[in-house]
Design a protein around this ligand. Structure first.
Ligand SMILES: C[S@@+](CC[C@H](N)C(=O)[O-])C[C@H]1O[C@@H](n2cnc3c(N)ncnc32)[C@H](O)[C@@H]1O
Length: 423
């Protein structure tokens, strides 16, 4: 779809949408194909809810570049659906709560210009290098040049996670990266290595630096890891940090050829990565963004600060300071106050006829329907509510079992509120 096609009728499109079943484990097989509709009354207006299988993780495999774990991330098929439908080449796609950068990476792969924001600087650390991508040969050469010392110890006790030799390799790498940064010599190859190392610190398979622990987006405390080690009768073994970085680099790069890498660089040069509160992003000019695809922090379900303490240590980020900035609302009222201001800011930066796709999770056993909270917030900011999409997918093994309240009944559903700025 072209950005100039401003009269695009999303409602008709969604109503007539028929999923291509050959790709899916469709829930809707043997039922009527078309979208099911319900209506919600908000401020006297009927807002349509469209229920169908609009995309699925089986539909087309995600680009390998996305395979970086992050708590409560969405799958790339979600932003892809909206980017392809609602924007054209070179339009600006934005995510104010960017996390691992799923929206902006998918947008860049599709040739859109991008703006990412997340109050946690780790978000930039793990997403920007996947736009300004080095070649595998550059990574290999650089990693071999880094001098790994023996017998270095971290300034905190990490013995429950790492073999002493691995710890020394990690501390050497941390020191190398700090030094390059201090001397303003850090380039996109260093940033790539930093991103991979940040993601390989701890995890649940052999290609992580640590002994067996929870998946990488949920670093456990030192005390908890000691208990895991006792329970599993395990001791950290030596892991080859350089080798693991190269293995993961090859994995991430496997779907990209040199043409695509150059293409992404071109987009990267025009991109913006911010670390602000989403309510205040002065670098983004008025009426410039064609589409926002985002999922906000959900009430108090996820502790991004606790999950990321070790990643923050590696990157010299003050986790406590970040924790203070991250929105951790105790109740829906508090959450709504923050999101009301987020919508005001989104309204300011969205261009006329531009769109917002705002994904809300299912929380507290589905008792709270966040879409019904979000709809009036967006409308009060000036947006027109174009509907709520419920994407129902059959449960697959690849579904995000660490996500927020998903998959309880063998289905994985995303709920997305869609707004448009109509003058
Ligand atoms: C649900 S996650 C987004 C995940 C993202 N969709 C992805 O695929 O990786 C929410 C993000 O919001 C960030 N965040 C929390 N409070 C924020 C705020 N007030 N302003 C900007 N970002 C915030 C968190 O750091 C977290 O990365």
């Amino acid at each position: 779809m072209n950005s100039s096609n401003i009269c695009f009728d999303l409602n008709t499109y969604l109503l007539n949408f028929v999923f291509n079943k050959s790709h899916s484990l469709s829930l809707f097989q043997n039922k009527e194909d078309n979208t099911k509709t319900e209506y919600i009354k908000i401020n006297g207006n009927n807002v349509a809810k469209y229920i169908n299988e609009f995309w699925t993780s089986k539909q087309r495999m995600a680009n390998s570049l996305h395979e970086v774990s992050y708590r409560a991330c969405f799958k790339s098929q979600l932003p892809r659906f909206f980017i392809q439908l609602l924007t054209g080449k070179s339009d600006i796609v934005y995510d104010p709560f960017s996390g691992r950068g799923t929206t902006v990476i998918e947008a860049a792969l599709l040739g859109r210009n991008i703006i990412a924001n997340d109050v946690n600087p780790l978000s930039t650390i793990i997403s920007k290098p996947r736009i300004l991508i080095p070649t595998f040969a550059q990574i290999e050469k650089r990693i071999q040049q880094i001098n790994f010392k023996e017998d270095l110890k971290a300034d905190i006790d990490l013995s429950m996670f790492f073999h002493p030799k691995t710890e020394s390799e990690i501390v050497s790498l941390k020191g190398y990266l700090e030094n390059r940064k201090k001397k303003c010599q850090e380039d996109n190859i260093d940033l790539w290595i930093r991103m991979i190392a940040t993601n390989r610190l701890t995890g649940h398979s052999k290609n992580f630096f640590s002994v067996y622990t929870l998946p990488p987006n949920q670093a456990v405390s030192q005390e908890r890891q000691k208990k895991i080690n006792l329970k599993l009768n395990q001791k950290p073994q030596h892991k080859n940090v350089k080798k693991i970085i190269l293995i993961k680099s090859a994995d991430l790069l496997k779907d990209l050829d040199s043409k695509k890498v150059a293409f992404m660089h071109n987009i990267g040069r025009r991109s913006l990565f911010l670390n602000h509160d989403a309510r205040n992003t002065p670098e983004i000019k008025n009426s410039t963004v064609s589409l926002t695809v985002t999922s906000p922090p959900f009430l108090d379900v996820v502790r991004y600060d606790q999950d990321n303490w070790l990643r923050c240590w590696f990157n010299n980020i003050d986790a406590k300071n970040i924790a203070k900035k991250i929105t951790m609302s105790k109740n829906v009222h508090q959450w709504s106050l923050v999101m009301a201001d987020v919508f005001k800011e989104l309204y300011r930066i969205t261009k006329d006829e531009g769109w917002v796709a705002f994904e809300v999770g299912e929380i507290r056993n589905k008792k709270i329907k966040l879409e019904e909270i979000v709809l009036p917030l967006g409308m009060r900011a000036g947006f027109k509510a174009q509907g709520v999409m419920i994407n129902e997918q059959a449960f697959t093994k690849t579904s995000n079992i660490w996500g927020v309240e998903n998959n309880k009944r063998g289905t994985n559903s995303n709920r997305i509120v869609i707004f448009q700025k109509c003058s």
